[in-house]
Design a binder for this molecule. Structure first.
Ligand SMILES: CC(=O)N[C@H]1[C@@H](OP(=O)(O)OP(=O)(O)OC[C@H]2O[C@@H](n3ccc(=O)[nH]c3=O)[C@H](O)[C@@H]2O)O[C@H](CO)[C@@H](O)[C@@H]1O
Length: 405
């Protein structure tokens, strides 16, 4: 009886030891294979969608690892910026965290006295958060929310990659580049605008574009908007927030354009305006997944010259008339973006003050008469390769960092 108990106890001990070892091995393997990728960027959609593109890049190791649950994605944005809505409504498996944000203005505002404290609070919140989620890497797409996250990541010694979409570096890029391991740029022209001190970390990579944007056909898109397949379609939009002054100019000429064309007009949240009696005119505030239908059925786009919009349109081979946001409301980034696209033959660019009434209609008509030629010129524009290149670079740095631990 005693011998029997000793044998049973012995076997139980062996099984127990084996189970513990197995659990330890699994935990070790889990931590070896698990990365915590932290994404940040916000304010407008151009600072958010490129993140999505990385995880849609088919065949990229990063996207595959994410599908195999080897990557946790954590998004750090603001409490009220549009990044929150876009992430929460489109990415159910990503975790969203908001931090305090403050703006660094180059003009007088009473908020200039309080915002530095918000920025400091944002840095502290981001520092705690990055530790809590055990961040393996930070990828920043710019916007005011991103700088505190990058600074906090630097304090923690986490590798940082930043990306600038525009041809001229934004303030967030200038403030974060000293702390970044790599600074990616969409336009080759941006490189010369970056301080010589940081040139060694700059890589021209293009602009990551979501593959899903190209998943719709013209026919299904015409059905989606209930538009006549007999007519050419003009897509009008002013970036992700809409552009009130551009909308006003368009409202003046839409009744006449409507005689010959289908029109999809994205006016921006809160900018709806009723124009009665136009059966081939569709007015929307913002398109989420629907943007793929807008690109698939557009024969011509009339829009601002935000970087994501113009790279996406070029990739979708949609001829464009660009009306860049002027110096009165920006650092002039869109003017330069538009000029570069125009010089390459990928777009036409016109000053907002010159674009009005009859001359605007003439420009639109003449562009529609030369669509084939313009589409041909667009064949030299980049398509989806940037998302894959960016995702690969992030993956490479993740692995390298893991091996050096
Ligand atoms: C006013 C302002 O600050 N503009 C800047 C901001 O614009 P913003 O981010 O709005 O402009 P972008 O053209 O870069 O991006 C717009 C994005 O919104 C998407 N979209 C648009 C309409 C819609 O209904 N649904 C939708 O998803 C487009 O597909 C595109 O991906 O960031 C850009 C990138 O740094 C800059 O070039 C712009 O100068």
């Amino acid at each position: 009886m005693k011998i029997k108990s000793i044998i049973i106890l012995g076997i139980a001990q062996i099984i127990f030891k084996h189970l513990i070892e197995m659990a330890q091995r699994m935990a070790q393997k889990e931590s070896e294979n698990h990365f915590n990728v932290v994404l940040t960027g916000g304010g407008t959609a151009g600072h958010v969608w490129p993140h999505f593109a990385l995880f849609e890049a088919s065949n990229s190791a990063l996207a595959k690892a994410f599908q195999e649950n080897k990557i946790n994605v954590h998004y750090v944005g603001s409490q009220s910026g549009m990044e929150k809505d876009l992430v929460l409504s489109n990415q159910p498996t990503w975790k969203y965290y908001s931090i305090a944000t403050g703006k660094l203005r180059r003009y007088f505002s009473l908020k200039n006295f309080t915002d530095p404290f918000l920025i400091l609070l944002g840095i502290i919140q981001a520092f705690i958060l990055l530790g809590k989620v055990k961040a393996s890497i930070v990828f920043s797409k710019g916007g005011f929310v991103s700088a505190p996250v990058v600074w906090a990541a630097w304090l923690r010694g986490i590798p940082i990659i930043i990306h600038e979409s525009d041809a001229t570096p934004a303030l967030a890029t200038k403030l974060t580049i000293p702390f970044a391991l790599k600074a990616l740029v969409a336009f080759p022209e941006t490189i010369k605008r970056i301080s010589p001190l940081f040139q060694n970390r700059v890589i021209e990579i293009g602009l990551p574009i979501r593959e899903s944007l190209f998943s719709a056909t013209k026919e299904e898109s015409q059905k989606y908007f209930s538009l006549s397949p007999e007519r050419k379609t003009i897509l009008i939009f002013g970036g992700s927030l809409g552009a009130q002054s551009l909308n006003k100019k368009m409202f003046d000429i839409i009744p006449e354009l409507h005689n010959n064309y289908n029109i999809i007009h994205i006016v921006g949240k809160g900018n709806k305006f009723e124009i009665p009696g136009l059966s081939n005119y569709r007015q929307l505030e913002f398109l989420n997944d629907g943007m793929k239908f807008a690109y698939a059925c557009a024969d011509l786009a009339i829009c601002r010259a935000g970087a994501s919009s113009i790279f996406e349109l070029a990739a979708a081979r949609v001829p464009m008339i660009l009306i860049p946001l002027g110096m009165h409301a920006s650092r002039g980034d869109q003017i330069i973006n538009a000029r570069i696209f125009m010089n390459k033959g990928w777009a036409q660019s016109i000053d907002e003050n010159t674009f009005q009434n009859n001359s605007a209609i003439q420009l639109i008509e003449s562009t529609i008469n030369s669509l084939e030629e313009r589409k041909k010129a667009l064949e030299s524009a980049p398509t989806k390769e940037s998302a894959m290149k960016t995702a690969d670079l992030i993956w490479e740095i993740l692995l390298k960092n893991e091996n050096n631990k």
